[in-house]
Write a protein that binds this ligand. Structure first.
Ligand code: 4GX
Length: 249
């Protein structure tokens, strides 16, 4: 079973997102466990202080190193092979591939920062890897930790039903997904593409692949550089590109 330890000042933020739906079911089936820890439990003094003003002056507060060091020592004693991860805009961009690799670990410890972040020595001494979930600034590391736990959990065997398998989704071959339709056949004047009603499975598979390539080409051309394309795909792409040039004339 995969263990996610989360060290945070706001453990309450995690309870409902991780207990609903697929992750809730996976916890119940003991495919994974999320253990929430309040950093304040390792703080000292009457006020159990976890932050302090920055050396050198300036706005904001910095999280003190000692409570974090004590907490991580205790979590590591219980899970010696767990990697310690920190979420920050300075981190390595988190991706489908990183999620897949991290799912191979026995356990992960997510250290969630608040305020201006941690004393730099926390990074130096206690953190194994730093990740960013995107180029924007959040109020803390809790949401990034939840995003990562969600994306990593999908790669744990048994977490997804076979109907929504990891292989079938976007990014496993590096392309965006094809459009999906369900009943009714006509909705507000918009009909479902004829081919999907044809019952010709070969034709449907080719149409879907073409749609994947078309969408990726239009919306995320950067993905085509690393996508896994066979000769058939390359032929379809050339046709799409010559069609596009045709309509430009
Ligand atoms: N992708 N943030 C963390 C506080 C902080 C600062 C420095 C540790 C070191 C973010 C992101 C993100 C904002 C999370 C600052 N903690 N994390 N927080 N984007 O914006 O991962």
């Amino acid at each position: 079973m995969m263990t996610f330890d989360v060290l945070t000042l706001f453990p309450g933020m995690f309870s409902s997102p991780l207990q609903e739906s697929i992750l809730g079911r996976a916890s119940q089936q003991q495919l994974l466990q999320v253990r929430l820890h309040n950093l304040r439990d390792w703080a000292e003094g009457k006020h159990q202080t976890t932050d302090d003003t920055p050396y050198g002056g300036g706005d904001g507060m910095v999280m003190k190193p000692e409570p974090i060091a004590r907490a991580i020592a205790e979590l590591k004693a219980r899970a010696p092979r767990s990697k310690v991860l920190l979420m920050t805009p300075q981190g390595i961009p988190f991706s489908h591939q990183k999620a897949c690799n991290l799912a191979q670990e026995e356990g992960l410890i997510f250290l969630c920062g608040r305020y201006e972040g941690f004393d730099e020595r926390v990074r130096q001494a206690l953190v194994d890897e730093e990740y960013s979930i995107g180029d924007y600034v959040l109020t803390g590391g809790e949401l990034p930790a939840m995003v990562m736990i969600d994306a990593i959990s999908r790669f744990i065997p048994g977490v997804l039903g076979c109907s929504d398998s990891v292989e079938a989704d976007s990014f496993s071959d590096g392309l965006l997904e094809y459009p999906q339709y369900t009943r009714p056949a006509v909705f507000e004047g918009m009909a479902v593409p004829e081919v999907l009603l044809s019952g010709d499975h070969g034709k449907i598979a080719r149409w879907r692949r073409e749609q994947q390539l078309l969408r990726t080409c239009q919306k995320r051309p950067d993905l085509l550089e690393t996508a896994e394309l066979d000769n058939e795909d390359k032929k379809i792409l050339e046709q799409l590109q010559s069609k596009a040039l045709e309509s430009d004339k």
